[in-house]
Design a protein around this ligand. Sequence first.
Ligand code: XMP
Length: 515
Amino acid sequence: MSNLDYLQEHVVVIDFGAQYSQLIARRVRECKVYCEILPFTTTAEQLAARKPTGIILSGGPSSVYEEGAPHLDPKVFDLGIPMLGICYGMQLMGHTLKGKVGPGSKREYGKTEVQVHDTSDLLSGLDSEIIAWMSHGDSVLEVPEGFRSLACSANTKNAAMANADGKMYGVQFHPEVVHTPKGKQILENFLYGACGCKGLWTMQGFIAEATERIRKQVGQGNVICGLSGGVDSSAVAVLLHNAIGDQLTCIFVNNGVLRKGEADMVQQTFRDTFKIKLDYVDAEDRFLDKLAGVSDPEKKRNIIGREFVRIFEEEAAKFGDAKFLAQGTIYPDVIESGTSVAATIKSHHNVGGLPDDMTMELVEPLRQLFKDEVRLVCKELGLPDEIAWRHPFPGPGLAVRCVGEITKERLDILREADAIIIEEIRAAGLYNELWQVFGVLLPVRSVGVMGDQRTYAHPIVLRAVTSEDAMTADWAKLPYEVLERISSRVINEVKGVNRLLYDISSKPPSTIEWE
Ligand code: XMP
């Protein structure tokens, strides 16, 4: 099988403004079918030119009758490409094909019992009753001519529908969310049944194809890559190194606000194990000088961002013959910045914003991937689990977790406490269940007693959250025993700390970071 085979089948999600569009694409890829998101303004001609194997119409906040509601070029329904409409997508299909759409007697929201009465295609293999996630006011009251109803719920006569030639389907509920336990099977029925997909999207295939693409793009040219040791830049570094060897130089800047052992770990992994040319820049003093006396979070961010750009430019100048700059841009960044982001360097990058007047051509081999897929690529490339499953770490690093003024001494206290927290969370086997977990040092002091001595020292805050994408987050319900061990170790082992607090705020209204 050729490495490019996965491109022979791909599904397009047409986005009608749903909060779930990215999730639909992720789920399709979990079914091993390559999937991209396109805006609803995409025309039938544009779609036909891409030759997708299937089309999924996403949900969306509108009603088809609202003025300005997003519609789809009706000719798309004549292309003969298998289609699945989800929620608003189903209503749009019903409306465009002359069925009847309107409000039901009641809105449906949340987990809903759905009665399945036709399991011949889309709902094949399902029980006669399933739980599905609903969130809608309107629904398809009468299916279009040539369609039949597959399922219903108490308030929705047509919870799913199919047309006679097996090309068009609709579901009023959301198969992409975990609250629809059989959702994956429904998507598989569509992908493998209606679309005839075989499941060709694998990370091995992606790596092989990306390697060919990188070689073609850079030829004999030299590439520099800002390496932070985070998931994305690590994957880029190894992918590029495997493709072009010593034509790649990575630049790693120690900005003084890294976690304990991080600078050593990055050097060991990339220089010693992977034999990548690594330019290690120890700029700790330079950053701390600039940050001295600054307490305002946004000022800290600006200083760190600006200084990073300066240093990166200075270092890049040493590799003046490099024509290419490699970056760990991933698919959610591409979607969020619209479709024409090719030339823009993202500013919210985890190694700090890179200069936007750099004349180097960008190499962005991860542009197609979701974060979970980048982690799988890391595993496939032989990167250690510690990197593959690493939590996100903000560009301004510990500076935004050391609330108030930043000094080397305060950073060291935080580093020690943070290292204990991570160690205990890993030991309890909880690390991969959390989105982020870390310590925060507060600029207040409180009284304590240790031995016979009165102490007057700082509290550390333990922050642990679960999340899908950092837009919302829940505070993690860590077991008391784990909290107890962390508290006891941090207070006993870290000089300058005499109290540990547990942050039980969710986002919103709080944020994940403290600054
Ligand atoms: P908040 O605190 O806004 O964080 O809930 C959401 C996610 O973004 C990360 N974060 C940052 N990442 N530079 C970054 O590269 C920043 O200035 C920054 N601030 C927050 C945060 O760790 C979380 O994952």
